[in-house]
Design a protein around this ligand. Structure first.
Ligand code: HEC
Length: 219
């Protein structure tokens, strides 16, 4: 009787240890240097592409922060000669585990989910001058990162949310292992808009075909 119970306790402990090890070993989990996020460059080769958009603007109270494309990044933007704000492509990626968890639950993203917006200036001319219309991914323009991590280093305190947001410039991305820069913006503004308007669990599922079509397809 006793040994049965000990055996199940042992099995449980082993299961927890294996689960923790699996969590710790997944190469796509967010990594930090102190409080700073290390740029998750694995999205280029091993993540899922959830969707893209070009030149999204925002109505209402978000119009000011989003007026130059995506929020609060305006001070980092280079001077562009064309009138009006530069138009940029957003190519959005999610970690495979984040996608798998959301596919199952359809309502929440699992802890450890990371989404990256890879930003490119929309370019209309290429060296051979062969294009007559349209635009393509031009110069890298930096990246925005959303991380769901209840265990992140600075994640405690009264305003704690599981989601946190980071801004990287193109230069910071080019250096391998780049860290989150000291930011000149209040990142809590990011979380506030995402929480209020993202369709599911802070994420703008409404803009990403492989996420928003899950409920219809029955999983
Ligand atoms: C006023 C509203 C608003 C604010 C503030 C805002 N965002 Fe977003 N965010 C959006 C919208 C709209 C999208 C949809 C897709 C896009 O823009 O490419 C989005 C998408 C994202 C995504 C893709 C994953 C997801 O959650 O859908 C990331 C990453 C992201 N934003 C990072 C940030 C960061 C970093 C900040 C703060 C510097 C920020 N956002 C502030 C509106 C906002």
């Amino acid at each position: 009787m006793h040994s049965d119970r000990n055996l199940s306790l042992l099995t449980l402990c082993l299961a927890i240890t294996f689960a923790q090890q699996a969590f710790a070993q997944s190469p796509n989990l967010p990594k930090y240097d102190g409080n700073k996020l290390i740029f998750p460059d694995g999205f280029r080769t091993g993540w899922l592409f959830v969707g893209s958009n070009i030149g999204l603007q925002y109505k209402g109270e978000g119009a000011t922060v989003l007026k130059d494309g995506h929020p609060l990044t305006a001070p980092r933007q280079p001077q562009v000669k064309a009138p009006g704000p530069p138009v940029e492509f957003h190519n959005v990626y999610i970690t495979p585990d984040g996608y798998a968890g959301f596919r199952t639950s359809k309502t929440v993203f699992p802890d450890g989910t990371v989404l990256v917006i890879d930003r490119y200036l929309a370019q209309k001319k290429e060296p051979h001058d062969i294009l007559s219309a349209g635009s393509f991914d031009g110069d890298q323009y930096g990246a925005l990162v959303a991380v769901k991590d209840s265990r992140r280093p600075e994640g405690s305190g009264p305003n704690k949310t599981d989601w946190s947001y980071y801004v990287f410039s193109a230069d910071e991305i080019a250096k391998p292992g780049a860290e989150e820069p000291v930011s000149d913006v209040s990142l809590s503004v990011c979380a506030a808009c995402h929480k209020r308007n993202g369709l599911v669990d802070n994420v703008w599922v409404q803009f990403y075909p492989i996420l928003r079509d899950l409920p219809k397809s029955g999983g």
